[in-house]
Each structure stands twice: as structure tokens, then as C-alpha cells.
Design a protein around this ligand. Structure first.
Ligand SMILES: Cc1cc2nc3c(=O)[nH]c(=O)nc-3n(C[C@H](O)[C@H](O)[C@H](O)COP(=O)(O)O)c2cc1C
Length: 161
């Protein structure tokens, strides 16, 4: 089975989770680039606002063709309480027509999981999204909780025909 992991990461947390998942699943990786300036305090403020408002962004040209994969796993950090970062959401909305099946993973800083953010991605997935998702707090990244969650999520992905 061919798997593509497409992720956006501003500070490296989602990147590390994507790499763990990729080595577990033998998946290829597409790193999503947000062309909008996201650094400094204004980057935080406008990033949070763009997340909250579900504003699209301009992303760099992708290197992998999503239509060549059995499943595409899309991931990013939680931004603005109820959304996954604009670059991941934009990749999804621009490519959903080329995707056969899609699954999601998300990292967050706070203790409170955001089902709203993952449901929002599902809403723009034309019925192609798996119900199972992987949601991890950044402080859990190197913990047993993380290993367990990755294990469970990977098993779900491997069952896709
Ligand atoms: C602009 C911005 C908005 C954020 N909003 C939230 C939020 O609403 N809730 C939360 O738990 N964490 C929030 N965070 C923290 C990130 O979700 C968290 O640190 C994530 O693991 C970072 O992933 P990354 O290193 O891949 O960018 C926000 C971070 C940024 C930069």
C-alpha cells in the first residue's frame, strides 16, 4: 500500500510526529510550506486568527502527486482553538479531488483536545476521511502515550484496502 504523509509544522513538533509515523508505516513525506510570513509575535496573532477564521493560505508547490497513493495522511498543529494550521487545511481543500482516502493527525500545545478542528477537516473531505484520527499534545511526544497512539493509528491505516 502506498501512503503519503503531508504535514505542515512551524516549530518542529508535527514534523517529529510525522517522521515517527512515516517510519512506522513506510510512508513517503510531503512537507507543506506556508508562504505567508508566520514569524514573531504578529505571526502568532495572525496565525491564530487565520486558524480561527479558517482562512486559506498560499502553499509551496507540492512534490508528490496525491492521486498516486492509496491513502494520504494530513497533519498540522492546532491553531486558533478550532482549526488545523492553514497550510494543512489548504493542501487538503486543493487536493481532495485527487485523494482516494484521507486520515488526519494533529498536535497541540494545550491540554484540551480539539475535536472541532479534526471534524472541520472531515467536513471538507468529500466523504473520504477515516473516523480515526491521531491527536497529540506536544508534551506527550516522547511518552508512552505517544507510542501507544501511534501504534493504534498505524494499525487503522494498515487495514485500509
Ligand atoms: C499561531 C498559533 C496558534 C496556536 N493555537 C493553539 C490553540 O488554539 N490551542 C493549542 O492547544 N495550541 C495552539 N498552538 C500551539 C501549537 O498547536 C503546538 O505548539 C503544536 O504542537 C506546534 O506544532 P509545530 O511545532 O508542528 O508547529 C498554537 C501555535 C501557534 C503558532
Amino acid at each position: 500500500m502506498k501512503i503519503l504523509i503531508a504535514y505542515y509544522s512551524k516549530t518542529g513538533v508535527t514534523k517529529r510526529l510525522a517522521e515517527k509515523l512515516s517510519s512506522k508505516l513506510g510512508a513517503e513525506i510531503e512537507v507543506l510550506i506556508d508562504k505567508k510570513k508566520r514569524s514573531g509575535i504578529l505571526g502568532w496573532i495572525f496565525g491564530g486568527r487565520d486558524g480561527m477564521k479558517k482562512n486559506p493560505t498560499e502553499i509551496g508547490k507540492i512534490k508528490h502527486d496525491p492521486s498516486k497513493y492509496d491513502v494520504v495522511i494530513v497533519g498540522g498543529p492546532l491553531w486558533g482553538f478550532n482549526s488545523v494550521a492553514p497550510a494543512a487545511r489548504t493542501f487538503l481543500t486543493q487536493n481532495i479531488d485527487k485523494i482516494r482516502k484521507v486520515a488526519f493527525f494533529m498536535t497541540r500545545g494545550g491540554a484540551k483536545p480539539s475535536t472541532a478542528a479534526l471534524l472541520d477537516l472531515k467536513d471538507v473531505s468529500s466523504g473520504k476521511a477515516l473516523d480515526d484520527t491521531l491527536d497529540l499534545r506536544e508534551s506527550e511526544l516522547d511518552s508512552d502515550i505517544s507510542r501507544e497512539k501511534i501504534e493504534i493509528f498505524a494499525k487503522v491505516i494498515e487495514k485500509i484496502k
